[in-house]
Design a protein around this ligand. Structure first.
Ligand code: ADP
Ligand code: MG
Length: 476
């Protein structure tokens, strides 16, 4: 058999955050208590009408712009008709003919390499209710009904599980940077339909695609793709290619396999038509401009900037852009004139360590970039040692004081050469036998001398200067 190439396309759903739901006034919030955040529309009571949440449209346009899609002239919704117990209206309000964005393209990083990803379209729709299945009964929970759902459909442009996984991670960050969603996979806010096909390496046509629906973790998407590639390749090897059919499967976490749910033989005809209860309305150029201006620089752009213009390593830059708030903190440090590398160092070691240990958010950190600047400047002036700086770092936060409150004559570093030389001379004078030993070749006695100096100065001697003077004296 010829070498096979896999092709993958994703349909990625993301639940947006908002105060009220996309077409109903109920609260948009996750709740463990069924049917606690609901309004009559969520249950399709007669006489209820959808009212579009402007913020959701704005957020959808935000993502559309950020992904370099083309936006339509009018905002239009469509009805997708089908019956399922979690869809009481008998249709889903979505977008089909004129989605909020088409033909996007972005670059993502996969294992240090940059690849393009092509977006077929993005659209705004409503989520369905959810079903809780019990032994002999199923309950409907309408909390999720009408939650704003943003769907992104990629072109079949991925060729491995790693690429698809990296894309989902990339998008999760985009959603968070834009502030449109927490994109929390643990709360089911990200769900993907994963389409996989295989074909001969030199084939011009793509193979038959198999769809695995509703995979709700990155690990699940990666598992699905790897399993499907292996399953399809094996069938083909055995001469059973015709058994690869357009069907819908599901990911089974426990066994790490996909299982057939239903065939696509009687492909559903959704009989789409324009949603008549929502008038179309114009997306003005001014509105788009306003939204565009509110879009922050995204992680990918920031990372390139930190590497190319601030000399950070790819690893350090990655640590900083992982979280928008951390990256914002870093950029505030830059704007205060703190050296990029020392700011990056402090953030990635001391600050992140402290935040993790105390389960804090950087926004709530008492050590603001301004205070960090004070601390680093004392260190640069050598008034304090780096060990002292770390102590002051914790003290400032714990006692909610200023850096200067901890810089006293008492604990500043001793960096006066004349003063240190005097102390060192005294120590050497009373350690003649050790000097002899040292000169005979017991070089580790050097550390003993350093220790004596530290003891004598209660740890305040500047270590670099101490070693320098000691070297000079012992050579002579
Ligand atoms: P359908 O009409 O069945 O919904 P679409 O052409 O609209 O199919 O594509 C749906 C998703 O499947 C898209 O994400 C697309 O990238 C992906 N896809 C389409 N063809 C293939 C293929 N041959 N292999 C893998 N993915 C594919
Ligand atoms: Mg959809």
């Amino acid at each position: 058999m010829k070498k096979q190439v896999a092709t993958i396309g994703l349909e990625m759903h993301c639940e947006f955050k908002s105060n009220s739901k996309v077409f109903s006034p109920a609260k948009n919030a996750y709740s463990e208590i069924p049917n606690s955040n609901i309004a009559p529309l969520d249950m399709a009571f007669p006489g209820t009408l959808p009212v579009v949440n402007k913020k959701c449209v704005e957020d959808a346009l935000k993502v559309s712009i950020a992904l370099h899609c083309t936006q339509p002239e009018y905002m239009v919704f469509d009805r997708k008709n089908y019956y399922y117990p979690d869809l009481p209206k008998g249709y889903q309000i979505t977008q089909m003919a004129s989605p909020v964005g088409v033909n996007g393209k972005i670059d993502i990083e996969v294992d240090g390499k940059i690849i393009p990803v092509y977006i077929h379209d993005v659209h705004l729709e409503e989520d369905s209710a959810s079903l809780d299945h019990f032994f002999d009964t199923s309950n409907i929970d309408y909390n999720r009904s009408e939650v704003p759902l943003f769907e992104l459909v990629t072109e079949p442009c991925f060729h491995s599980a790693e690429e698809a996984g990296a894309f989902i991670e990339h998008m999760i960050r985009v959603y968070r940077y834009l502030g449109v969603s927490d994109a929390d996979t643990k709360r089911g806010q990200i769900r993907c339909d994963v389409n996989v096909s295989i074909a001969d390496e030199d084939s011009l046509d793509l193979g038959t695609k198999v769809e695995t629906k509703n995979v709700n973790s990155i690990g699940g998407v990666i598992g699905t793709i790897n399993y499907e590639i292996a399953r399809q390749t094996k069938l083909k090897e055995e001469g059973r290619y015709s058994e690869i059919v357009q069907e819908t499967r599901r990911w089974d976490e426990e066994s790490g396999t996909t299982k057939r749910m239903r065939g696509k033989v009687d492909a559903i005809d959704y009989k789409y038509f324009i949603e008549p209860n929502i008038p179309k309305y114009k997306i003005s150029a001014e509105w788009l401009k306003e939204i565009k201006e509110g879009i922050p620089r995204l992680h990918f752009e920031r990372k390139q900037d930190y590497i190319n213009n601030y000399g950070l390593s790819s690893y350090d830059a990655e640590v900083l852009v992982k979280d928008r708030e951390i990256s914002d903190y870093f950029e505030e440090c830059l704007s205060l004139g703190i050296d990029a590398k020392s700011a990056a160092n402090w953030i990635s070691t001391q600050i992140l360590g402290f935040l993790n240990k105390n389960n804090l958010n950087i926004k709530d950190l008492y050590l603001t970039p301004m205070r960090l600047k004070d601390l680093i400047s004392e260190l640069d002036k050598k008034t304090i040692s780096s060990k002292q700086a770390k102590e002051i770092f914790e003290k400032v936060i714990k006692e909610k004081k200023e850096i200067k409150d901890f810089i006293s004559k008492e604990n500043t570093q001793m960096s006066d050469k004349a003063e240190l030389t005097k102390i060192i001379e005294e120590i050497l004078a009373s350690n003649q036998s050790q000097i002899e030993e040292y000169k005979k070749g017991r070089t580790n006695i050097f550390d003993y001398f350093v220790g004596q100096v530290m003891k004598n100065t209660r740890g305040k001697a500047n270590p670099v200067l101490t070693k320098e003077i000691l070297n000079e004296k012992l050579k002579g």
